[in-house]
Design a binder for this molecule. Structure first.
Ligand SMILES: Cc1cc2nc3c(=O)[nH]c(=O)nc-3n(C[C@H](O)[C@H](O)[C@H](O)COP(=O)(O)OP(=O)(O)OC[C@H]3O[C@@H](n4cnc5c(N)ncnc54)[C@H](O)[C@@H]3O)c2cc1C
Ligand SMILES: *[C@@H]1O[C@H](CO)[C@@H](O)[C@H](O)[C@H]1NC(C)=O
Ligand SMILES: *[C@@H]1O[C@H](CO)[C@@H](O)[C@H](O)[C@H]1NC(C)=O
Ligand SMILES: *[C@@H]1O[C@H](CO)[C@@H](O)[C@H](O)[C@H]1NC(C)=O
Ligand SMILES: *[C@@H]1O[C@H](CO)[C@@H](O)[C@H](O)[C@H]1NC(C)=O
Length: 552
C-alpha cells in the first residue's frame, strides 16, 4: 500500500541524502555469461533449470530474488537471467538528480511505501538501506486541497505526518474514523495473501474471491464507501485528493480496493537516495545474470522450451542480437508496453489491453514561492507548500479518464530545500503531477513571475525563475476500473506474468509480491508434486462488511 495524502506529506521529508555518495550505481551491473548468438542455455546437460525474467522493475527484481531463495531452500539449481531494456534497474521506480548533481537524487516514479509493505520493509532492513530521511521534516509543510476555485481543506499542523484526526472529525464527523476502520479491515484481509493457505496463488481472481476482496474491487471507490456508510465532504475533499495524487483518478472511476490503498498510509517511508536500491540489491542477491540495455523482441517455443530473441546495445552503441532458450520465462512488465512479438497460438489468452494513465511528472527547482493570487488568497494567508486537488461541486465529467477538472493538475509539492550548485543559494525542489505537459504560462501564474519561454534550456546559473527542469511522462498505472477478474499469472505452461497485479493494486510492494508468488510457483513446478506448497486448502471468509458493517 502506498501513501495517500501523505504521499506528498512524506515526499517532503524523504530522499534527503545529506552528502552521502551513491552506494552503488545501476551501471555497475555485471555482464556475466555473454551468450553467443544462438546459444542454448545449458540446462538440459547440467540438470539446471533456466529461467528468464523480462523486466527489472519491482516485479522482476523480486522474482529473481525469491527464485534464488526458494530454489536454494528446496535444493534445486536454477540459472536466472534478467533482461532489462533500460540502462537501470527499477523500472517505474527510479531517481533523477536535481541539477544533474548525484548528491540530490529525487524520485521520479514510485516514492512511498508503508509499514504494512512487508517485502520492501524486510528488504530494506536486510540490505542495510536507510529510510531515516523520511523521519525528520525539513520545514513546515502545509497541505491544502484545491478545487480550482478555493481550498476546501488546509492542514495547520506541521509536525504530524498525517492529518489532524481531531480536526477532521470536527469538520467531517465520523467519516474519517469509519474510513480508517474500513481501510484496516481491507488491509487485514489483503495481508493474508502473504502466507499459507493463501500463498502462493495461481489465480489472482480466485484469491481475490477467497479473501472477499472482490466486494471492494467490483465497485467504484464512491460506491464502496457509500455502501460502508461513508459519503459527503470527507470523500470528495480528502479521499478523492488522495486517489488523485496517487493514481490520477477520481472516486467515480477507481475501484474500492485501490481507494482503500490510498488511505493506508501508516508508517510511510522511502529509501534515502532512492527506492530503486531495494530492487538493485534484490537482483544482486539473486546471483542472476543481468543484461541491461537489452530488449526482448520475440518469444517462440520449440522442443518444450521458450526461445527469446533479444537486442542489446552497449555503451558504444554496438548492437548484439541474442537468441537463447529457457525452460521458464517470467514477463514482469505490462504486456502491451513490453511490445514483444509472441508466437501465435502460444498463449492461452493474450492479456487484455487495459488503459494506463499517462502521467506527466515535472520536477524543477526555483527560488520562488507560490503566488497568493494564483490561489485567490488574501495578503496574510499562509500558502500551502503541498497542493492536492479535487473536483469542485459543479464539475461534471464527460469522460471519467479526463478527470483532472478545473484544477488542471493532480498535485504540486514542495519536496525539500536544495542548494543551487552554481549560485549556492537555497532553492526549493518542486514536483507536479498533471495529465498534460506543464507550460511556462502555467508556471508564470503559479509563481506570479516571468518564466523562460523554453524551459528545456534553463541552467543553474542562467538567472531564470527556474534553475533546473525535468519533465517526464509515464504510463504510470492502469485506470483502475472496477473489475472482478484479473489476468492469469500463467499465460502458458511455464510462461508467467506479473503485471495482472497492476489492475488489482498497483504499487511497488504488490508487484514485488507477485514476483515472490511467481518465484514460488516456478520452484513448485520443478519440485515433485508432493513437495510443492501450491494449491492449499482455503479457509472460509466472511463477506467484507459483515463483521464491520453494523458498526461502521
Ligand atoms: C509517478 C509514479 C508514482 C508512483 N508512486 C508510487 C508510490 O508512491 N508508491 C508505490 O508503491 N508505487 C508507486 N507507483 C507505482 C509503482 O512505481 C509501480 O507499481 C511499480 O514500480 C511497478 O513495478 P513493475 O516491476 O511491475 O513494473 P515496471 O517498474 O514498469 O517494470 C517493468 C520493467 O520491464 C522493462 N521492460 C519492458 N518491456 C521489456 C522488454 N521487451 N524487454 C526487456 N525489458 C522490458 C521496463 O523497462 C521496466 O524496467 C508510482 C508510479 C509512478 C509512475
Ligand atoms: C518479513 O520479516 C518478518 C520478520 O522477520 C517475517 O515474519 C516475515 O515473514 C517477512 N516477510 C516476508 C514477505 O519476507
Ligand atoms: C552465483 O553464480 C556463479 C556463476 O554462475 C556460481 O558459480 C555461484 O555458485 C553462484 N552463487 C550462488 C550463491 O548461487
Ligand atoms: C530469432 O533469432 C534467430 C537467430 O538470430 C532467427 O533465426 C529467428 O528467425 C529469430 N526469431 C524471431 C521470431 O525473430
Ligand atoms: C547502457 O546504455 C547506456 C547509454 O544508453 C550506456 O551509458 C551504458 O553504459 C549501457 N550499459 C551497459 C551495461 O551496457
Amino acid at each position: 500500500m502506498h501513501a495517500g495524502l501523505s504521499l506528498v506529506l512524506v515526499s517532503v521529508l524523504c530522499g534527503q541524502t545529506l552528502g552521502f555518495a551513491w552506494p552503488f550505481t545501476a551501471f555497475a551491473a555485471t555482464f556475466a555469461n555473454q551468450d553467443t548468438p544462438e546459444s542454448e542455455s545449458d540446462s538440459d546437460e547440467s540438470g539446471h533449470r533456466s529461467v528468464a525474467i523480462i523486466g527489472a522493475g519491482a516485479g522482476g527484481s523480486a522474482t529473481a530474488y525469491y527464485l534464488q531463495q526458494f530454489a536454494a531452500e528446496s535444493g534445486i539449481d536454477i540459472d536466472i537471467t534478467v533482461f532489462e531494456k533500460e540502462s537501470y534497474i527499477g523500472g517505474r521506480t527510479t531517481t533523477v538528480n536535481a541539477y544533474g548533481n548525484h548528491l540530490e537524487p529525487v524520485e521520479l516514479g514510485g516514492s512511498i511505501f508503508v509499514e504494512a509493505n512487508e517485502i520492501l520493509k524486510n528488504a530494506t532492513a536486510k540490505f542495510g538501506l536507510s529510510t531515516e530521511g523520511a523521519i525528520t521534516q525539513e520545514f513546515e509543510d502545509i497541505v491544502g486541497i484545491w478545487n480550482g476555485e478555493k481550498f476546501v481543506y488546509t492542514t495547520k499542523d506541521s509536525d504530524s505526518q498525517w492529518w489532524d484526526i481531531a480536526k477532521l472529525v470536527w469538520k467531517y464527523g465520523f467519516a474519517p474514523i469509519k474510513t480508517q476502520r474500513l481501510m484496516q479491515t481491507v488491509v487485514g484481509r489483503f495481508k493474508q495473501i502473504y502466507t499459507a493457505p493463501f500463498f502462493p496463488f495461481r489465480s489472482l481472481s480466485e484469491r481475490a474471491q477467497d479473501l472477499d476482496l472482490l466486494s471492494a474491487t467490483s465497485l467504484t471507490g464512491e460506491q464502496f464507501l457509500e455502501k460502508n456508510g461513508i459519503s459527503g465532504g470527507f470523500t470528495t475533499d480528502i479521499i478523492q485528493a488522495s486517489t488523485r495524487v496517487n493514481y490520477g483518478q477520481n472516486l467515480g472511476l477507481i475501484h474500492g480496493l485501490e481507494t482503500m490503498v490510498c488511505m493506508a498510509i501508516e508508517g510511510a517511508m522511502s529509501v534515502d537516495g532512492g527506492n530503486w536500491q531495494i530492487f538493485d540489491s534484490m537482483v544482486k542477491h539473486s546471483n542472476a545474470t543481468l543484461h541491461l540495455n537489452s530488449t526482448v523482441n520475440s518469444i517462440t517455443k520449440s522442443k518444450g522450451r521458450y526461445r527469446l530473441n533479444t537486442t542489446s546495445i552497449d555503451a558504444s552503441s554496438e548492437e548484439t542480437q541474442r537468441s537463447t532458450a529457457f525452460d521458464t520465462i517470467v514477463l514482469a512488465a505490462p504486456y502491451k508496453y513490453a511490445k514483444i512479438n509472441v508466437e501465435e497460438g502460444l498463449l492461452k489468452k493474450i492479456p487484455d489491453t487495459v488503459p494506463y494513465v499517462s502521467l506527466h511528472v515535472t520536477l524543477f527547482t526555483s527560488t520562488h514561492r507560490f503566488s497568493r493570487d494564483f490561489f485567490n488568497l488574501g495578503p496574510n494567508a499562509e500558502i500551502p507548500s503541498t497542493i492536492l486537488t479535487t473536483l469542485s461541486p459543479d464539475e461534471v465529467l464527460a469522460n471519467p479518464e479526463k478527470g483532472v477538472g478545473k484544477a488542471g493538475f493532480f498535485s504540486i509539492s514542495t519536496l525539500r530545500t536544495v542548494i543551487n550548485p552554481e549560485t549556492l543559494k537555497m532553492e526549493s525542489l518542486y514536483k507536479i503531477f498533471s495529465p498534460e505537459p506543464v507550460t511556462p504560462e502555467f508556471l508564470a501564474k503559479l509563481f506570479g513571475t516571468e518564466m523562460p519561454v523554453d524551459l528545456s534550456k534553463v541552467t543553474a546559473d542562467s538567472g531564470d525563475a527556474i534553475t533546473w527542469y525535468y519533465p517526464h511522462v509515464w504510463n504510470s498505472y492502469p485506470y483502475e476500473y472496477p473489475r472482478v477478474t484479473f489476468e492469469e499469472t500463467e499465460l502458458a505452461p511455464g510462461f508467467y506474468y506479473t503485471s495482472g497485479m497492476d489492475s488489482f493494486i498497483s504499487t511497488m510492494e504488490t508487484n514485488a509480491l507477485m514476483g515472490m508468488n511467481i518465484a514460488r510457483l516456478v520452484v513448485d513446478d520443478y519440485l515433485p508434486a508432493e513437495q510443492a506448497q501450491d494449491e492449499p486448502k482455503l479457509l472460509e471468509q466472511k463477506p467484507l462488511g459483515s463483521e464491520n458493517g453494523a458498526e461502521l
